[in-house]
Ligand binder design. Structure first.
Ligand code: NAP
Length: 283
């Protein structure tokens, strides 16, 4: 990689940021397309997020990804926020244009693109059961509601957290039926669900328990595990053995990155190159 006076800088704000696979993924993509860009990790302490946001303009940085713990706290420091990001209530991508910071959230779109890449063209009218009500669940549920899903059912260990996501979605996208279900109703709900989505971190560690009893999984179900750091999670393996269709989180990670890449560069991202980098890191 050649860095010259003309090289445009992209980065990621996170704390910590050491674990991030995005620098390797995006630098490989820039190299593959011979683009004069470089992607750098920026470890930004929570109390410095405002200063870091202002520095993007001062240093003429072209854009950044934003990860934990800044996805929500950076919002007041942006000039514009895309509709998706407003609905989700968080950004994962900032584009700097004409001295303005424009926030986007590509997680939900990455989820849908990954479904499509796996042959699942339609979310319209489907019933989704989402486990977890954190940032990822919010992004997935919002995008699914925008794509006119039939019903979205959300369950979290903390009932109040799921209720807050549901309240926000009912207010912002009233056309979609969204409600919480208690954990005890997961089994009965699965009988009529089209998609089961694991949006909890359960499964990231090989020692994690299986999040759901595999006997509850009907073979007609599509199981999408957002966890991306293991080749195959326990949930994915159990679902595969039950005969369900299974999608892992790595494809979504590539797709959300590809949408950010296009926002920054205006170019279509080299998906295969990006996927290979992540597979080498996580498999
Ligand atoms: P998060 O903000 O911590 O949210 C996870 C939520 O799940 C929390 O509310 C947590 O509750 C809840 N939870 C934990 N165990 C549960 C259980 N057994 N049943 C129901 N709810 C449970 O995390 P996040 O940022 O949304 O990320 C969630 C997962 O998605 C992570 O594995 C992350 O790596 C993955 N992800 C993947 C992509 C991708 O592109 N593939 C993108 C974003 C995130 P407590 O807080 O009480 O534990």
């Amino acid at each position: 990689m050649k860095i010259e006076g003309t090289t445009k800088v992209i980065g990621i704000f996170g704390y910590p940021v050491k674990h991030s696979a995005s620098p390797a993924m995006h630098n490989a993509a820039f190299k593959a397309l011979e683009l004069d860009y470089v992607y750098l990790p920026f470890e930004v302490k929570p109390e410095r997020i405002e200063t870091a946001a202002k520095a993007l303009i001062a240093l003429n940085i072209a854009g950044v990804n934003v990860t934990i713990p800044h996805k929500e706290t950076i919002l007041p420091h942006l000039n514009e926020i895309s509709r998706e990001a407003q609905l989700i209530g968080a950004v994962n991508t900032i584009v700097v244009r004409d001295n303005k910071l424009i926030g986007h959230n590509t997680d939900g779109q990455g989820f849908v693109a990954s479904l499509k890449e796996n042959g699942e063209k339609k979310i319209k009218e489907k019933t989704l059961l989402i486990l977890g009500a954190g940032g990822a669940a919010r992004a997935v549920a919002t995008q699914a509601a925008l794509e006119e899903a039939g019903r979205i059912l959300i369950t979290d260990k903390l009932k109040e957290k799921a209720e807050q996501v549901v309240r926000d979605l009912n207010k912002n996208i009233p056309s979609c039926e969204v409600r919480t279900i208690p954990q005890e109703e997961i089994k009965s709900t699965l009988k009529d669900a089209d998609f089961l989505i694991n949006a909890t971190p359960i499964g990231m560690n090989p020692g994690d328990p299986l999040i759901i009893n595999p006997d509850w999984l009907p073979t007609s179900l599509l199981v999408f595990d957002l966890v991306y750091n293991l080749g195959e999670t326990k949930l994915m393996k159990a679902a595969r053995e039950k005969g369900c269709r299974v999608i892992g989180g790595l494809g979504m990670l590539v797709q959300q990155g590809a949408i950010s890449f296009q926002l920054w560069t205006g170019k279509e991202a080299p998906l295969k190159v990006m996927r290979k980098v992540l597979e080498e890191k996580f498999r």
